[in-house]
Design a protein around this ligand. Structure first.
Ligand code: KG4
Ligand code: ZN
Length: 331
């Protein structure tokens, strides 16, 4: 059974074909990052228009690389949220048009749920209940997944998402957009990072990253950071911020896993492609860590097709009134 996935929630236009929810036949992603980098972040209207320009060629490429026509598909899965409304509308409109034309079932997918299902594409043997940490540009969520489609939200960020904090700190340090990979690169090989504060929010599974972001801003001002600052200085600040952010994510996730008696920890979202995060969580965890390869952690449509397959199997298809849900949550 082949499912087409369509993902346009932010600044990646993506289509993919996945077989039986686990085997990637094609996974095409067109990034708009160079266009938004000029503005230092994603500009919503520019993003929607770029999706409109790119979506049909990307769809054609995904079908062609999979050696598939619309008539070979069993369902069309599409991201409905969370994300930018105008961007989501491009994907959902295309999905409806294709489902109508080819007489196929339509499955609306939550983007965060998609990040979780990236793990099915790696062929991991997942045992429920599993603790999930989803960390992206818009979300930092700790979720207990009890079964397919059954989620209990344990905690979330109270202010900035972790990826958003990476992006803002990169701007403070003149490292460009997107910030996560730039901070990781600047911090590589630094042995004496600055020490920056961690917000633990004891007694909750929530996170907060605005404090460390502001502390980084004050430190950068004190040190007189400018575009001409030596890379060593920028690296020490970037590494200090990265250590603080990653330490909180890893520590709280491991504590939640212990308290909820799970046997595995599942990760997803752009930030978990960070190599320092990957190194720290795998070395500190007594439990197996399920971690997709970096290109399945960042936004893609294969994860949407995989999630769509499992929803379709459970009979959870959508009607013609399917709408975008820019602030959708899990659980
Ligand atoms: O999941 P994703 O691709 O898109 C959203 O759903 O938001 O995540 C993008 C976020 C951005 O904030 C980006 O800076 C961050 O993930 N990111 C990283 C890394 N790669 C991407 N953060 C830290 N280290 C990285 N290597
Ligand atoms: Zn995402």
């Amino acid at each position: 059974m082949k499912v087409l996935g369509i993902e346009t929630s932010c600044d990646e236009t993506a289509c993919a074909v996945v077989e039986e929810g686990v085997q990637i036949l094609s996974n095409v992603v067109a990034s708009q990052v160079e266009i938004h980098a000029r503005y230092g972040g994603v500009v919503p209207e520019v993003a929607s228009r770029q999706h409109l320009l790119a979506i049909v060629p990307i769809l054609k490429q995904a079908l062609s690389e999979a050696g598939t026509g619309l008539k070979d598909l069993s369902a069309i899965a599409v991201t409905v949220g969370p994300g930018l409304a105008g961007s989501l509308l491009v994907g959902v409109t295309l999905a409806k048009a294709l489902a109508l034309a080819a007489d196929l079932p339509l499955v609306g997918v939550n983007h965060l749920e998609g990040h979780i299902y990236a793990n099915w594409l790696e062929g991991f043997a997942i045992e429920f209940p599993v603790l999930c940490l989803i960390v992206s540009g818009g979300h930092t969520d700790l979720v207990l997944m009890k079964d397919h489609g059954e989620y209990l939200q344990l905690g979330r960020t109270r202010d900035d998402a972790a990826g958003e904090a990476f992006d803002k700190v990169a701007r403070i340090l003149n490292l460009g957009y997107p910030g996560g990979p730039a901070i990781e690169k600047a911090a590589r090989g630094i042995t004496d990072p600055y020490s920056l504060p961690r917000a633990w929010l004891p007694g909750t599974w929530d996170f907060s990253f605005s404090g460390v972001k502001t502390a980084t801003l004050h430190l950068a001002r004190e040190l007189g950071v400018s575009p001409d600052s030596p890379p060593e200085l920028i690296g020490r600040i970037a590494a200090g911020f990265q250590e603080a952010a990653v330490d909180v994510l890893v520590t709280k996730t491991l504590q939640a896993a212990e308290e909820h008696g799970v046997r595995q920890i599942l990760l997803g979202g752009g930030v978990v492609s960070n190599l320092r995060f990957r190194e720290l969580i795998t070395s500190r965890s007594p439990l197996p860590i399920l971690l997709p390869r970096p290109e399945l952690c960042t936004d893609n449509a294969a994860m949407i097709a995989s999630c769509g397959y499992f929803k379709f199997q459970a009979g959870r298809t959508s009607g013609w009134d399917l709408d975008v849900d820019p602030s959708a949550r899990l659980g």
